[in-house]
Design a protein around this ligand. Structure first.
Ligand code: SF4
Ligand code: SF4
Length: 442
């Protein structure tokens, strides 16, 4: 096991870390497959309202490659197809039957994993709606089926400070996890499995598989950060990544021939240690958050998630729900107060001297202002980027300059936006820059 030395990131302890107890959520009445959390997808619907669907029926595919399908995580009737602006597909909602009727897919004999043609594995995963679990850098788009990635990174810790604990995710899944690793070895010679330092002590049974340890501050375990520190050759910029939860789902699907619908998520809110919740893929947000004050903002990631309403559903790639106080009250002379409980990236408040966990809220403390060249965004960026320089290059439409400053190394962790005292949405600006560059290359 190697330690990866990462020095920058969000270091204060956050209040509300979920404990590792697990509860089973009640069976939902509806589930959905949202298209909004799927990067770059151009969805083509394969069902219409009132169609009957089984668990595993394709609901929509990606027009760019019709073989990439998103399948129904439940049996029932298509209740609603929700569109957003310009008729962009938002989600396909299914009213669930009491019992699942699974589509039976072909299974992979356990001992054939080293001999079966790779193309066959890809085809099975595409049919089952799980190939897209593999994401390809630098854009984190669906992995190219004909590529041989120089490296595949598996993060045991998700992509949020409060992602499900690997001990909970791996519980009773050791076999599937090990089969998943054998599967990855068919695709690449270099398999990197990372764990947060603090998670290690509870992962004794898996220590042999962990190749790298990362520090315990956000986003050191993000595959984009791990890749930045490990890559040695330009070709490695096209490595792949997969989350541990998806790796287990992929292995389960191949061995059982049925689409696995169970997901483990965390629901965190201030002053409430919510445990992990076992639910179904696409569960309704309202079932997971329960009764809610109006002043809580719901997002699927603390620094970089999708803002969701109570009527939305959890996406294919989402496994955290953060309920963050949306208090926009301005504090008179807030900057000269000691701020003993305020999280601070710039060490402005005395809270930087205490180890007490800090609670984040959505307060912007004023409106967006011009960049003051303070350098806080650079000081916090885990991948050594200068986000303000990239932003300026992008705002003058100089994509070449932005690329030379390392735009494609951005892992969209959201920390630069968080740290910016001028409240500039740097992550969003960089993200749009990457997306525009991606579309130009298409
Ligand atoms: S530029 Fe911002 S979003 Fe991108 S990696 Fe750095 S801190 Fe994260
Ligand atoms: S943190 Fe904000 S204000 Fe400071 S240099 Fe970066 S973009 Fe400019």
């Amino acid at each position: 096991m190697e330690n990866i030395k990462i020095l920058k990131g969000f270091k204060p302890r956050l209040a509300g870390m979920p404990d590792i107890s697990v509860i089973q959520a009640e069976a939902p009445e509806t589930i959905a497959v949202p298209a909004m959390d799927i990067p770059y997808i151009r969805p083509r619907l394969l069902v219409k309202e009132n169609d009957l669907v089984k668990t595993g029926t394709p609901l929509f595919c990606d027009k760019r490659n019709n073989c990439i399908v998103y399948t129904s995580p439940g049996t029932g009737i298509v209740k609603q197809i929700v569109f957003g602006k310009r008729r962009r597909l938002k989600e396909v909602v299914i009213a669930l039957d009491k019992k699942d009727d699974f589509i039976r897919f072909e299974t992979l004999p356990r001992d054939s994993i080293n001999t079966i043609p790779k193309s066959k594995i890809v085809k099975l995963l595409q049919e089952g709606g799980l190939w897209q679990s593999f994401r390809e850098f630098p854009f984190k788009d669906t992995a190219g089926e004909n590529r041989r990635p120089p490296m595949i990174i598996v993060s045991l810790n998700g992509n949020d400070p409060f992602s499900p604990h690997p001990e909970v995710v791996l519980e009773n899944n050791k076999d599937y996890f090990e089969f998943g690793i054998k599967l990855l070895k068919r695709f690449s010679e270099q398999i990197i499995i990372t764990s947060r330092k603090s998670s290690l002590e509870k992962l004794n049974k898996f220590k042999n598989h962990i190749t790298h340890i990362v520090p315990d501050f956000y986003p050191a375990w993000d595959p984009g950060v791990v890749l930045y520190y490990l890559k040695k050759f330009p070709a490695e910029n096209h490595s792949w990544c997969i989350s541990v939860q998806h790796l287990i789902l992929v292995a389960k699907f191949l061995l059982t021939g049925i689409y696995p619908v169970k997901r483990i998520i965390t629901v965190t809110r201030p002053n409430n240690k919510k445990p992990h919740v076992v639910t179904r893929q696409g569960a309704p947000v309202k079932d997971l958050v329960g009764s809610l004050d109006d002043n809580l903002f719901i997002t699927t990631g603390r620094f970089n998630g999708r803002a969701v309403g109570r009527e939305s559903h959890m996406g294919f790639f989402e496994n955290t729900l953060a309920l963050i106080p949306d208090n926009q009250k301005e504090v008179l002379f807030g900057f000269i107060q000691p701020g003993l409980t305020k999280p601070t990236a710039s060490r402005t408040f005395l809270s930087c001297l205490t180890r007490a966990p800090k609670t984040l809220d959505c307060n912007l403390h004023g409106e967006e202002r011009a960049c003051i060249n303070c350098g806080y965004c650079t000081n916090i960026c885990p991948n050594d980027l200068a986000p303000s320089f990239i932003m300026k290059a992008l705002s003058s439409d100089d994509i070449e300059d932005a690329l030379s400053y390392g735009l494609l190394d951005c892992c969209r962790c959201g920390l630069c936006s968080y740290a910016c005292p001028s409240k500039i949405e740097l992550t969003e600006i960089l993200s749009h820059g990457m997306d525009a560059h991606y579309k130009d290359k298409e």
